[in-house]
Design a protein around this ligand. Structure first.
Ligand SMILES: Cc1ncc(COP(=O)(O)O)c(C=O)c1O
Length: 454
């Protein structure tokens, strides 16, 4: 599968020529060409304050300081030094090319998960000359203005209107609806999550993602796969695209890329798509001050190597099956559970919605008043999460775009014993609080108790 990854030690040993060759092949090659032509293609061997020492024996004083981001000068391996792209970013781009699906061959680095998606929209518009972007209902791609435009969650959007024009939605997992839109040939790109995380772990039917790719090709629309949450083994494959044997034109990633230590996101594109920026006048359109900084890239390389060397993708696959098998019977046992689903270690438990009207609703609205509307009738999974934490010491979460879905999303290193503990705790909480009113009552009682104490 994966031939060979570069390690951080390999990266440190790269010669100046190798660094620039890798950047040219797997990074922003036009920018590298420009640096080479201007004579900036140097390798820093040591640094101290403003002083940079190069591999050819020459020296320089840095009067740029990362365009204002290096107040204390440099240490041995400068972290932010834009005129000399570093060995770690070169090696990380190489490693990502080895593990990403399809023809993705060039990487841009950023500092969260929203920004790679923003950049994906930009490069898709630049490449196709079309303006519109298609996204799926209940998708989550970030909280910046552009990525919110690719969201149907009014709560997250309304306050910030007007958002970016040209964004339209289709129902997820519906190939006919997708083709209807793509047929118009007005769309620069379709963006999809291979599994919708924040929508409540929505797993599309087999073939949906693949067919989406096929239709995008047919109508010359770029296919952006957002693997920010699903990437790096989370779903039991290195990337969730592999479940449906899919090759996107653009892939976005963040979260686990930094191994939980570095803050880093990335957008990968095919050489063909990169051509949209392959002009001198365009080569800086998607750079970012911190994108590709030495330390984040170094940590990301370590993290990818660790995921591979410790077989954490397999662990996620195996333990994902295990937790799903343990959670599924709870659906038969507890009426409040509507569905249990998941892929790898991205698991969702969906609760039934409380019935409209009647005593339950009265109780719920009373609770809303007491809590000052902080908790409302939708926060079912959050209430369960509160019980899990306070009665059993287990952290779980709700889903941003579907508060009826509780998410189990442990680190890839989770053990079967820890899974047993979490599922056992969940079973006990469900047994103890078989109705929403009992759950709300105890939560509010404790809250009021804590308030009085204070
Ligand atoms: C699929 C997906 N895309 C994008 C993002 C946004 O990432 P960030 O919060 O780092 O901007 C998230 C965050 O949860 C996500 O799940």
């Amino acid at each position: 599968m994966i031939e060979k990854l570069l390690t951080t030690d390999d990266a440190r040993k790269l010669s100046r020529e190798e660094i620039y060759e890798l950047h040219k092949k797997h990074g922003n090659s036009t920018f590298i060409d420009l640096l080479q032509q201007l004579g900036f293609d140097k390798k820093v061997v040591s640094a101290d304050g403003l002083l940079l020492r190069y591999d050819d024996g020459s020296e320089a004083l840095d009067f740029i300081s990362g365009f204002g981001s290096v107040p204390f000068g440099h240490e041995n391996n400068p972290n932010i030094l834009h005129p000399h792209p570093n060995a770690m970013a070169a090696a990380l781009a190489y490693d990502l090319v080895q593990i990403t699906p399809g023809k993705i061959n060039k990487f841009f680095f950023f500092n969260d998960g929203a920004r790679p998606n923003e950049s994906a929209f930009k490069i898709a518009r630049a490449y196709t000359g079309r303006k519109k972007i298609l996204f799926a209902e209940n998708a989550f791609h970030g909280r910046s203005l552009g990525t919110l435009s690719a969201s149907s969650n009014k709560e997250y959007k309304d306050l910030f209107e007007p958002l970016v024009p040209g964004f339209e939605s289709i129902p997820y997992n519906n190939i006919n609806a997708l083709e209807e839109k793509l047929k118009t040939k007005e769309f620069a790109a379709l963006i999809l999550e291979p599994i919708q995380g924040e929508a409540g772990v929505i797993i599309p039917g087999i073939g949906y993602i693949r067919s989406a790719e096929f239709l995008c090709k047919k109508y010359k629309t770029l296919f952006i796969l957002d693997e920010v949450q699903t990437g790096f083994g989370r779903t039991g494959k290195m990337f969730a695209a592999e479940h449906d044997d899919t090759s996107p034109d653009i892939i976005t990633m963040a979260k686990a890329l930094g191994g939980g230590l570095a803050i880093i996101g990335a957008m990968g594109v095919t050489d063909e798509v990169y051509s949209a920026y392959a002009k001198k006048t365009r080569c800086l359109l998607d750079n970012s001050t911190f994108g590709g900084n030495y330390r984040s890239c170094e940590t990301a390389i370590d993290s990818i190597n660790r995921i591979v060397n410790e077989n954490l993708v397999e662990n996620a696959r195996e333990n994902g099956k295990y937790i799903l098998e343990k959670l599924k019977p709870l659906k038969e046992k507890h009426k409040i559970i509507k569905d249990v689903r998941g892929e790898g270690l991205l698991i969702g438990v969906e609760f039934e919605k409380p019935a409209e009207g009647g005593l339950k609703n009265l109780l719920l609205s009373g609770i809303e008043r007491i809590s000052g509307n902080m908790i409302d009738r939708e926060d079912v999974s959050a209430l369960f999460a509160g019980r899990m934490l306070n009665e059993h010491g287990i952290l779980i979460a709700f889903s941003l775009n579907n508060h009826y879905v509780a998410r189990f999303e442990p680190p890839l290193i989770v053990t079967k014993e820890q899974i047993d503990k979490a599922v056992d705790a969940f079973d006990k909480v469900l047994e103890k609080y078989p109705s929403y009113s009992s759950l709300l009552n105890v939560t509010m009682k404790e809250y009021i108790g804590r308030k009085i104490k204070r």
